[in-house]
Ligand binder design. Structure first.
Ligand code: ARG
Length: 334
């Protein structure tokens, strides 16, 4: 009997300390000479702010796209790629990519294009190699990614060289402390506010956000991803504007969903079919009004229109073969 009480107590203590550890990570991180406050939110009970009280941030007006010259499915690093190795229609991919490029141009964005790199077939997904931002003094900076998969590590240098040429201040995570962080694929800015939504579990680690939060001097709401079909936050979470978000709920934990519902006034949900097969939540809404989305998302599109958005459909079928769609085919920049 004594033994039973002992084991029960030990178990309870252990589970409290695991939960306590996982729940709140607020502290000071030393980054070379810089020491900054980090704030990572992992459950709704910790949320001690409202969106309207957060500092404002201008929305980006530049777009970067990488030419799909070398785009292909050559390996399998997510479940969507499985049946598509060697099956990309290159002409069709080029057409799809150009239509998207023209759309950003028509919406009045400053569109920038860079060449791909031979042997890096996923580089066209240029949301992944970096996380750019503008600081409170209007300095343009970028945190470079540490790609999770060896196949994609070679993309980062080429993207970094582009930022350097454009005059951005380049920041690196310490590879001894952070094993993986896949940029805007997992780290998504709240529309026009200094708040970052950070997905983790498959391509970025929770640990990365302590360092990212310190470099940005910005709080992070950390969302654990639980289904490998939704391996990047941008496959299941689309920040539409300050009050609206489009998500696929099954990709998150209950804690994550509670935080999303607490901080957004309106949460639009994609159906499993549209989320998985049409990458509905990989849409993008660069101006808070116009949503660019893979064609055929009938259910989501109606919900978006009901919420006051204008919907623009694009074919990205060739890129969906690789596990990406509209959102990850570009990088928004200041
Ligand atoms: N094949 C690429 C990969 O698995 C697709 C990346 C798509 N990007 C995204 N942010 N979802 O890494």
């Amino acid at each position: 009997m004594d033994e039973l009480i002992f084991f029960t107590l030990t178990f309870l203590l252990a589970s409290f300390s695991i939960r306590g550890h996982a729940r709140r990570r607020i502290g000071t991180v030393q980054l070379n000479n810089l020491s900054a406050m980090t704030k990572i939110y992992t459950s709704v009970s910790e949320i001690d702010f409202s969106i309207k009280d957060l500092p404002k941030m201008p929305s980006p007006k530049r777009v970067l796209m990488v030419k799909p010259t070398y785009f292909d499915v050559e390996y399998v690093i997510n479940p969507h790629m499985k049946d598509h190795v060697g099956r990309v229609d290159k002409m069709q991919a080029q057409n799809e990519w150009e239509h998207l490029l023209d759309a950003y141009d028509e919406f009045g964005f400053d569109v920038n294009v860079m060449n791909g790199v031979k042997g890096q077939p996923d580089m066209v997904f240029c949301a992944n190699q970096s996380l750019p931002f503008i600081d409170e003094n209007e300095n343009r900076k970028v945190i470079m990614s540490i790609m999770h998969t060896p196949q994609r590590k070679g993309e980062v240098d080429a993207i970094e060289a582009w930022y350097r040429k454009e005059g951005y201040e380049i920041l690196h995570l310490d590879p001894e402390k952070v094993t993986d962080f896949e940029g805007m694929g997992d780290a998504i800015w709240h529309f026009k506010r200094r708040l970052l939504w950070g997905g983790y579990g498959f391509r970025s680690s929770m640990k990365a956000y302590e360092h990212v939060s310190a470099l940005l001097d910005t709080p992070v709401v950390a969302l654990e991803l639980v289904d490998d079909k939704y391996y990047h936050l941008d496959t299941c979470f689309c920040s539409l504007n300050e009050k609206n978000v489009l998500i696929f709920p099954d990709a998150f934990t209950d804690e994550g969903l509670e935080m999303i519902h607490k901080l957004y006034e309106n949460v639009i949900e994609a159906t499993p079919y549209e989320a998985e097969k049409l990458f509905a939540a990989n849409a993008t809404c660069p101006d808070g009004k116009n949503v660019l989305i893979q064609q055929g998302c009938t259910d989501v599109n109606q919900k978006l229109r009901d919420a006051g958005f204008s919907v623009h459909e694009f074919s990205t079928y060739e890129f969906i073969k690789s596990g990406g769609s509209v959102f990850c085919m570009k990088m928004m920049l200041w």
